[in-house]
Design a protein around this ligand. Structure first.
Ligand SMILES: N[C@@H](CCC(=O)N[C@@H](CS)C(=O)NCC(=O)O)C(=O)O
Length: 205
């Protein structure tokens, strides 16, 4: 399998972490977003959205959308328990994956846009947009804080949900997101970042 990705993409980060967690034979292929490699016809044939991450299996089968890639990878090793097969376990993981895509990715994305991307593309930070984004991130962190009360992981046991959601926080320092007011979240992030699979997936900052 090949994972087309970028070191600073949070969506790619979670896929790399699950690849390492499962010990799957996946070759990482960096796509040069600055050169527009993701908009080249040969890449669009794999993912018509022109985005990373994109997974291509050995027979050419393609999967895009990071949370779908996580499910595909976990299905290769069902014994890992990262994607439970019972109705409730599976529904809970799907609930968090969809919350990540529809809610947390948006709030963290607003903050990233006014910090990391603003710096990268040499534009000034819009303080009002940043403050509004940060408020939404704090709203989401409060939800995670309550969920993590008395729990090591979001669903009790380690699942794809933890990898998917923690990916929004690996750039928290340059984003200016402080976890001090969220001790359960802080402990969970530390727990996740102490895993070898996650450490190996962090970009050189
Ligand atoms: N919802 C998608 C988001 C993918 C995404 O937005 N990828 C970014 C990098 S984090 C990208 O490829 N951007 C290039 C572009 O949109 O031109 C996922 O979770 O995979």
């Amino acid at each position: 399998m090949k994972l087309y990705e970028h070191p600073f993409s949070s969506a790619a980060f979670k896929c790399r972490a699950v690849v390492h967690e499962l010990g799957l034979p996946v070759t990482l292929v960096t796509v040069d977003l600055m050169k527009g490699e993701h908009k080249a016809p040969e890449f669009l044939a794999k993912n018509p959205n022109g985005k990373v991450p994109t997974l291509v299996d050995d027979d050419g089968f393609c999967v895009w959308e990071s949370n779908a890639i996580l499910c595909y990878l976990a299905a290769k090793k069902p014994e890992s328990g990262l994607l439970p097969t019972d109705a409730r376990g599976m529904a809970q993981v799907q609930q968090w994956l969809q919350w990540q895509a529809t809610t947390f990715a948006l709030s963290t994305g607003e903050v990233m846009s006014e910090t990391i991307y603003a710096k990268f593309f040499n534009r000034s930070k819009d303080e009002a947009k940043y403050a509004a984004g940060l408020e939404k991130v704090r709203r989401d962190l409060a939800l995670l804080e309550t969920t993590l009360t008395g729990r090591e992981f979001l669903g009790g046991k380690l699942t794809l949900a933890d990898f998917s959601i923690v990916s929004g926080l690996f750039l928290r320092t340059p984003m200016g997101v402080d976890l001090e007011a969220f001790p359960n979240v802080k402990a969970w992030v530390n727990r996740m970042e102490s895993r070898e699979s996650v450490r190996k997936s962090l970009p050189p900052l």
